[in-house]
Design a protein around this ligand. Structure first.
Ligand code: PGU
Length: 401
């Protein structure tokens, strides 16, 4: 068969398998190396007991005639949509505006189907690499020019601009994918910043895809957890959420997308009505076992869930504090599970190699998230406390030496 030009345009391999490859290559030479992974953001701690039990019970029920169930509603269980609207959005969005999915990443990819190949998509630089890969696969990328894709727009987020996306010269954007708390920088948009972004989108008729996968990590009550806390956002924004880092569901797979009723095309038609088509064609609703777990997470498991989030948050603070003590410039880590460490002038893949070989720490090189990530490494807080303490000790040994 003939290869799609879009596939040929993709550069290298997807970031996280590339890191896995480098880690495994290192292990071939040093099989005894006691590696600690602060690389891919993947949860490590057991699920809340009540959540695991709810899923076990649901799965057992599938083995009995009376309680068996097959395909569910394409938009997910109404009970779960109500629980999300209530618990996570305090009624700012209606259950009918929420579509349950098999994970945020899956929906972020499928959302491209709404916008089409012609859409000009902007991402933050640096950004979660799935946004760019999915856009290029969809055909929105154009050609690769050595630094980025010709049809994509990159909104630079650096310490100099306080990690607020640079909107200068971004005149021809149709869709802006914005992530807060941000992966990888750990920056969280303040209320007034989010207001500025929403008003820019309204003026320029830009649709914001707001990835709030790490919203639960916001501890500061003054920081917005959802774009719908901002007036006027319902007319311009789609928000994506995830149970992955909220409830430890990275392997269970459950997320959601909010498509507000008030989000309309230029001709006044409903975007929400259209969204049903791709998910009907591609999804058939998420797993019912996962939904049982999601529901338990927002009900009886809620207390335990908060402890889990607080645990990873403390991990982030431990890493952050240690790096600060060592005189390393760090960002993030206080309302986000990622620490973004700055080593000005250094090559981030070299830093990755140094951390791997000298401290046996697997990290993520900043350049993997975009050109503005050069000179940075991302440390993930998703690990056991013992490993985080050990990693903090190894960072000290490396950088004090
Ligand atoms: N959105 C953001 C901003 C993410 O960082 C991640 C996971 C997801 C969505 C995925 O959510 P799901 O609901 O689990 O689909 N990012 C991790 C994992 C790596 C990856 O490729 O997904 C990370 O380390 O960046």
């Amino acid at each position: 068969m003939k290869r799609r030009i879009e596939m040929a345009t993709l550069q290298g391999s997807y970031l996280f398998p590339e890191i896995e490859k480098r880690k495994n290559a290192y292990l071939v030479n040093y099989p005894e190396a006691p590696l600690i992974s602060l690389g891919v953001g993947d949860t490590t701690e057991p699920l809340p007991t009540l959540v695991a039990e709810a899923m076990g019970e649901y799965a057992r029920g599938l083995g009995a005639r009376e309680s068996y169930s097959g395909y569910g509603p394409v938009e997910g269980w109404i009970s779960l949509r109500e629980a999300i609207a209530d618990r996570l959005y305090q009624g700012r969005v209606a259950p009918d505006e929420i579509f349950i999915s098999d994970g945020a990443k899956c929906d972020l990819g499928r959302l491209g189907l709404l916008f089409g190949q012609e859409a000009r998509v902007a991402v933050q630089d640096p950004a979660y690499p799935a946004y760019v890969d999915a856009s290029v696969i969809m055909g929105q990328g154009g050609t690769f020019n050595g630094r980025g894709y010709s049809r994509m727009r990159y909104l630079s987020c650096t310490p100099e601009n306080g990690f607020f996306p640079d909107l200068e010269g971004a005149d021809d954007i149709d869709v802006a994918i914005i992530c807060s708390p941000n992966n990888p920088t750990g920056a969280v948009l303040k209320r007034e910043e989010l207001e500025r972004l929403v008003s820019w989108a309204r003026q320029r008729r830009v649709t914001i895809v707001y990835d709030a996968a790490y919203a639960a990590y916001i501890a500061d009550p003054d920081l917005p957890r959802s774009i719908y806390e901002i007036g006027g956002a319902h007319e311009v924004a789609i928000e994506v959420g995830s149970f992955s880092k909220l409830a430890g569901f990275t392997g269970v797979r459950l997320g959601w997308t909010v498509v507000p009723d008030r989000l309309r095309y230029e001709d006044g038609r409903s975007v929400q009505a259209d969204w049903r088509r791709p998910i009907s064609a591609y999804l058939n609703g998420p797993s019912n076992i996962a939904q049982a777990g999601g529901l338990a997470s927002l009900r009886e498991g809620w207390g335990e869930l908060q402890e889990g989030i607080a645990f990873y948050r403390e991990n982030a603070l431990i890493l952050r504090r240690r790096l600060v003590e060592l005189g390393v410039k760090v960002y993030g880590g206080s309302n986000a599970p990622f620490v973004w460490a700055h080593f000005p002038g250094r090559n981030s893949w070299e830093l990755f190699d140094q951390l791997l070989s000298k401290a046996h720490l697997v990290t993520t090189p900043g350049a993997g998230f975009g050109p503005a990530g050069e000179g940075f490494v991302r440390l993930s807080a998703f690990s056991s406390r013992e490993r985080i303490e050990e990693a903090a000790g190894r960072l000290a040994a490396l950088f004090e030496a």
